[in-house]
Ligand binder design. Sequence first.
Ligand SMILES: C[S@@+](CC[C@H](N)C(=O)[O-])C[C@H]1O[C@@H](n2cnc3c(N)ncnc32)[C@H](O)[C@@H]1O
Ligand code: SF4
Length: 465
Amino acid sequence: MNAMTGAPAAAEEVERLVARYDGRVPRYTSYPTAPHFTPAIGSEVYRRWLAELPPETPLSLYLHVPFCDRLCLYCGCNTSVVRLETSHRLYADLLLREIDAVADVIGRRAAVSHVHWGGGTPTSLPGDCLIAIMDRLKARFAFAPDAEIAIELDPTSLPDDRRDALGPMGVTRISLGVQDLEPSVQRAIGRMQSYEETERCAEAARALGVASLNLDLIYGLPLQTEDGVARTARRALGLGADRVAVFGYAHVPWMKRHQALIPEEQLPGPAERYAQLNAIHRVLTEEGGYVPIGLDHYARPSDAMAKAAAARNLKRCFQGYTTDDAPALIGFGASSIGSLPQGYVQNATTAAAWEKEIEAGRLAVVRGIAVDADDRLRRDVIERIMCDLDIDLEAVAAAHGADPAPLTQAAAEGLPKFVEDGLASWDGRRIVVSERGRPFVRSVAALFDAYLARASDKPRHSRAV
Ligand SMILES: C[S@@+](CC[C@H](N)C(=O)[O-])C[C@H]1O[C@@H](n2cnc3c(N)ncnc32)[C@H](O)[C@@H]1O
Ligand code: SF4
């Protein structure tokens, strides 16, 4: 039984769909996507863009900590193994300097509605550093009383001082990396993590009174099976999360060289990946009562993300999906990406390169892209497809004062095969992606990506499913 359609799916049918739609397309956490950023946007442009931010623009802040205690073989994040406390403290000091430098350029205590600590593993930084950074943010920005403060935690790496810092930091949302709970898979990915330590971490989060607890699961990992991922999902239900993110393993060894240590023959093929996604979907929705959100998230109906999705207020962001609707995102730390009304900016990628920029007293932006009216229109179209699986192209074009013709033409050319396979419907202005089409929503969004169509520089993305 195919849980995403409720209908039996013959193996050959799955093979055919996956072969037809499993193109390598972006995940659209931004548009234009990061491979199109260029060095034409550097620290001086960033300085100007920050200074031009209209007063009253609420900000969202992202802090990236590119350190971990160990490297999980599957990891696609920007991180490296750094265990030395002096390195952690130096990085934390430089984050304080970067916060001051950015706040000085903005020139006022701008309003902040969201903070997200990501990585790597943010709790690589000592507890007193985490608190000092949050205190500095609160001194330099005007936090809304209900500001969301989110942090990603690795349950295998949460020393007491870090755990005890979460309260004073004012953390309101915690995201736990789980991935898979089967010992054979954990051995294959170099990440041993018992259910009990994950549970202890979830309990610590609950004891803090956080408004939302998230879990990350992955399918498509080496040695994973349909039964195994269903078992992991079932055990994860016991952790009582408000949201679960279910990522397809992105195997990109040409970008992340350590992934080459995973023997290709241990990786499930496309049809098997699809079956694994279905198995997790079935457990989370039928047994757990979660509602599917966009491409890869699940939320309890009472959670803010499910409510935002129902109200069509959900947004796409670099972490996937968010309820955060702040019009500007400021990134701090190595490789962090910011999104301003004028365009995207990205800091120097490695910790060493970022540290050099901050130590020299410069803003650390080294690449980015300015967005024009056509980018904004297409970004909206892609975001609504990724978030709502439903879009009225003429209404979106009208909201931008734009001609809908290029959009409807792209839809008329690209959609017929999706319609033929029951993945989407199309009436000349409205596209609705079906439940069966949900795993392929990136491919529907890609029909409106003007950069992808330019054949000259196609970056290689991970599989769509
Ligand atoms: C920064 S990590 C989370 C925090 C912490 N470092 C941990 O691992 O628990 C963010 C999440 O990205 C996901 N992830 C990392 N590499 C991935 C890959 N290659 N493909 C798909 N998801 C990946 C994992 O689910 C992971 O929990
Ligand atoms: S998955 Fe998390 S803990 Fe593992 S290497 Fe990546 S960032 Fe570090």
